[in-house]
Design a protein around this ligand. Structure first.
Ligand SMILES: Cc1cc2nc3c(=O)[nH]c(=O)nc-3n(C[C@H](O)[C@H](O)[C@H](O)COP(=O)(O)OP(=O)(O)OC[C@H]3O[C@@H](n4cnc5c(N)ncnc54)[C@H](O)[C@@H]3O)c2cc1C
Length: 263
């Protein structure tokens, strides 16, 4: 069984995001990039399945420009066997549906049986791409998975369904899984892995390679339009309550009730 891992590069979570031009998105000039943390869980789980002889190979798929190759190399250094970078001028400006059309076309062409993805990308936070990929492929999709077992042509997944409740879901393969924190502890790349990653091949595919009509992806096909970007309003300063404990508790309750209107 071949596992495809969807991988997106995102700004590192300790980066200070700046907006230079409200119509152009975040300023990317000196940003440090990283693999989306939830995608690292997806890579790790795929590698564990291969280590357990439940998969024959692990291939990383990403829609992005040449600059994304360093993140792909990071996943190859962890142990992924190969990678496909999907890049074409026709892909520019794709919204979630466009990105999903590109990814699903690539996965279909490669005879992948299980797709592992992050539950969301920590920049856009859309949490849409893996579900759309599953829908386009007409596969089962189980999201926010914190434990996964693969059987013979089937899977069993544990997922948080809110309020402390956990669902246990069974599905047939092929399927798409989205990884939550807690699924595993991603490994660090070994020195040998880093050296070997340099020799692994990254295939680059465009619309024609995928048999994709360029008019169904890219800015022209986007249903979502980003009008303007702005930073969230600055948080008001905190307040230290004065007096003895009884006075502070009284003031805290009053502020929560009358000002914050929480209680
Ligand atoms: C009008 C518009 C124009 C845009 N133009 C561009 C553009 O030109 N270039 C661009 O890069 N983005 C562009 N975007 C953003 C892009 O559509 C989103 O990054 C993408 O849809 C994924 O959304 P998300 O990041 O919130 O992912 P989520 O749906 O939250 O991601 C969940 C998971 O899906 C997988 N995934 C998501 N994106 C990718 C990817 N690119 N490759 C592989 N796996 C992925 C990962 O496993 C990820 O953890 C544009 C968005 C809009 C609305």
């Amino acid at each position: 069984m071949k596992i495809g891992v969807l991988l997106k590069q995102v700004p590192s979570s300790d980066e200070q995001i700046k907006i230079a031009d409200p119509s152009a998105g975040i300023a990317t000039g000196d940003i440090k990039w990283t693999i989306n943390p939830y995608d690292e869980y997806a890579v790790e789980e795929a590698l564990r399945l291969k280590d357990a002889k439940k998969a024959s190979s692990v291939v990383v798929y990403t829609v992005g420009g040449k600059a994304v190759e360093q993140r792909i190399r990071d996943a190859l250094a962890m142990g992924a066997d190969g990678a496909v970078r999907l890049d074409d001028p026709a892909f520019e400006g794709s919204d979630c549906l466009g990105i999903s059309r590109i990814l699903s076309a690539a996965l279909k062409a490669d005879d992948v049986s299980l797709v592992m993805a992050g539950k969301q990308a920590i920049d856009g936070d859309n949490a849409q791409v893996p579900m759309m990929v599953a829908e386009l492929l007409d596969w089962a999709c189980v999201g926010v998975v914190s434990k996964l077992e693969i059987g013979d042509g089937s899977l069993k997944a544990w997922r948080a369904s809110g309020g402390g409740v956990q669902d246990v879901v069974e599905a047939n393969l092929p399927a798409v899984i989205t990884a939550d924190k807690g699924l595993n502890e991603p490994r660090y790349a070994s020195l040998r892995g880093i050296m070997m990653a340099k020799r692994k091949k990254i295939l680059v595919k465009g619309a024609a390679d995928l048999g994709l009509d360029g008019a169904t992806v890219g800015a022209g096909a986007a249903h979502v339009v980003e009008d303007a970007w702005s930073l969230p309003p600055a948080r008001p300063a905190g307040r230290i309550l004065e007096g003895d404990n009884a006075q502070r508790v009284q003031e805290l309750v009053r502020a929560l009730h009358e000002e914050a209107k929480i209680i």
